[in-house]
Design a protein around this ligand. Structure first.
Ligand SMILES: [Zn+2]
Length: 241
């Protein structure tokens, strides 16, 4: 199976990658939706509720308690998967990464063209005057982070009940529809509308690398149900074959 994937990668110079939580698990970031992930953690409210727009507005303090406690991945490092993708980008083969992750690890690995569909913890803005802030003010403040103007600072992270950024969506559609090899990594493709991006792929070969089955397995040329870290360790070892 890996041989087949290597063959596809070797024969393409227009690869696009679509990633989800599974690429970050070996960096020590828990998958929200996995059995032992955030969604099953004992907390005062269900996680999907806390991470919703309404909750942010109504109970900003509780939102931030959770956010700072569970979503701070500032000290996490890119793993072999992020690093391998950076090498593919340097080789000119990978044209872009579309990710559902908010951990910023693709950018940290040095990848240049990264579309973060659900935003990133590294960008924050004042809801009143729109002034931009980095992650420090959010993670360092004891209470709700407040702008100089008095407005509440909100992470540029797409919460439940919020729309995805149109520009990022459109750029992602363009990238996917022009690619000739789409590799989906570490996502079960169940979160919409992000997952629907795969429908815009017109190329011949769709590869899915994920521990569990996905909704798109029947459309894929190649499905690898293996541990992501193992797959990328092997791909990395054999990159210049
Ligand atoms: Zn402000």
């Amino acid at each position: 199976m890996i041989d087949e994937l290597i063959n596809l990668i070797n024969h393409s110079n227009n690869i696009v990658v679509f990633t989800g939580a599974g690429v970050s698990t070996s960096s020590g970031i828990k998958d929200f939706r996995s059995k032992d992930g955030l969604y099953n953690m004992k907390y005062k409210y269900p996680v999907e509720l806390i991470l919703s727009h309404t909750f942010f507005i109504n109970d900003t303090e509780e939102f931030y308690r959770f956010y700072k406690d569970k979503l701070n991945c500032v000290y996490k490092r890119p793993n072999i998967c992020h690093k391998y993708l950076k090498k593919l980008e340097d080789l000119g083969k990978l044209k872009g990464i579309i990710t559902q992750n908010i951990d910023g690890l693709h950018t940290k690995a040095g990848c240049k063209k990264v579309y973060e569909l659900h935003g990133t913890i590294y960008e924050n803005y004042c809801m009143k005057c729109n002034k931009k802030y980095n992650h420090r003010i959010v993670f360092n403040s004891e209470e709700i982070p407040i702008c100089k103007c008095g407005g509440i600072i909100k992470p540029n992270v797409v919460l439940y009940g919020e729309a995805l950024n149109d520009k990022i969506m459109n750029e992602s559609i363009k990238l996917i529809s022009n690619s000739d090899l789409l590799i989906v990594i570490g996502t079960s493709l169940t979160v919409y509308p992000a997952a629907s991006l795969v429908d815009f792929y017109k190329g011949k070969n769709l590869v899915i690398i994920n521990r569990d089955d996905t909704n798109y397995n029947n459309k894929a040329t190649l499905v690898i149900n293996k541990d992501i870290k193992e797959v990328f360790e092997e791909l990395d070892r054999r990159l210049y074959e």
